[in-house]
Design a protein around this ligand. Structure first.
Ligand SMILES: Nc1ncnc2c1ncn2[C@@H]1O[C@H](COP(=O)(O)OP(=O)(O)OP(=O)(O)O)[C@@H](O)[C@H]1O
Ligand SMILES: [Mg+2]
Length: 314
């Protein structure tokens, strides 16, 4: 196996009874990258990462960490920040971090310095001696993250770390994730439902749905894949005409796709600004008017919806 690969999943499948949650997953994660996992609710992200870090056994297939079977690795080489918070309510922030460090046998002197730095980096210094039960939701998330990294694992797994964070805390989190990669050389695996977050942070992204890997690429390649054009978002005066308008616009030259999103239409086209008058004229031939319109660049969310559709999973 190439030396720069830290995690490899080979033909990994996981069944729960008759239900296949992860279906023949093959992927390689490189040392020192931020690897994003995207997928709708129930896609199999948590199940996949739990298998990749040895918390859950695959029904079939193999996982290798740095070339070794995951079942043989030293548990403290991985730091896990689970989707569901795991905290001790009646310890303080500092005590929680010291306990995690002790469990991985971090020398006391080193641990004290590390705990202080983490409390500072994650803006929890004022809460060092506060009981976990008295923290806000966002503070608990930040503490959960600190607990995943206090023993300086090589691999850090963050399952929806930004869930419930306000925009300020999210920026602290982003800065911290980048510093894990850039200053400490860690490999970070991240799941999120925020496309913008995945785009900003990830070196590469896996998109999964129904347990299957649909794509694995850099955010910029993923965005190029569904066209290099712009997206025109519009709402019509009569949404009942959406399908008729889709049929007409789809025939325009250089229009790459027209899809219905919510109660509006997204038109993906090269040089959408130049084509705008023509697009509006064509819409109006059907007797409806454009009631709202905006133009933006293609985003990862467009790729995500293109691949996984708009239907709810749960
Ligand atoms: N222990 C379990 N027993 C039975 N089914 C399970 C179990 N764990 C997960 N599943 C099912 O496997 C599928 C994938 O779940 P998973 O938690 O991996 O999804 P996810 O992609 O992390 O979703 P979310 O974005 O909602 O966190 C779901 O249909 C879920 O109900
Ligand atoms: Mg999950």
């Amino acid at each position: 196996m190439a030396g720069n690969i830290i995690i490899e999943a080979r033909e990994v499948t996981r069944d729960f009874g008759d239900f296949r949650a992860v279906d023949n997953l093959n992927l390689k994660i490189k040392k020192g990258e931020v690897f994003g996992f995207l997928g709708p609710n129930g896609a199999g992200k948590t199940t996949s990462i739990n298998m990749m870090v040895g918390l859950l056994r695959p029904s079939s297939g193999q996982i290798f960490i740095d070339g070794k079977g995951v079942e043989k690795i030293e548990k403290c080489t991985i730091g896990i920040c689970p989707q569901e918070l795991v905290l001790w309510d009646f310890l303080t922030c500092k005590e929680s971090l010291m306990l995690m460090g002790d469990m991985c046998q971090v020398p006391r002197n080193e641990l004290k310095v590390r705990v202080q730095k983490l409390l500072d980096d994650l803006f929890l210094q004022d809460k060092a001696n506060t009981l976990v039960a008295q923290l806000s939701g966002g503070m608990k998330r930040r503490l959960n993250l600190a607990m995943a990294v206090v023993h300086q694992p090589d691999i850090v797994v963050l399952d929806e770390p930004s869930e419930g964070l306000d925009p300020q805390s999210r920026r602290v989190l982003w800065h911290y994730i980048r510093s894990l990669r850039d200053d400490e050389g860690k490999t970070v695996i991240l799941t999120t439902h925020l496309m913008d977050e995945a785009d900003r942070l990830s070196d590469r992204i896996a998109i999964i749905d129904h347990g299957k890997l649909l794509r694995l690429d850099t955010p910029s390649n993923l965005k190029k894949e569904i066209g290099e054009g712009d997206v025109v978002e519009m709402k019509l005066s009569n949404p009942a005409s959406n399908q008729e308008v889709i049929n007409i616009l789809a025939d325009m030259p250089d229009v790459q796709a027209v899809v219905e999103i919510d109660d509006g239409l997204n038109v993906r086209a090269l040089d959408a600004v130049g084509k705008l008058p023509q697009i509006i004229d064509l819409v109006e031939t059907t007797g409806v008017h454009v009631s709202d319109l905006s133009i933006r660049q293609n985003t990862l969310e467009d790729v995500f919806i293109d691949l996984t559709g708009t239907g709810l999973r749960e």
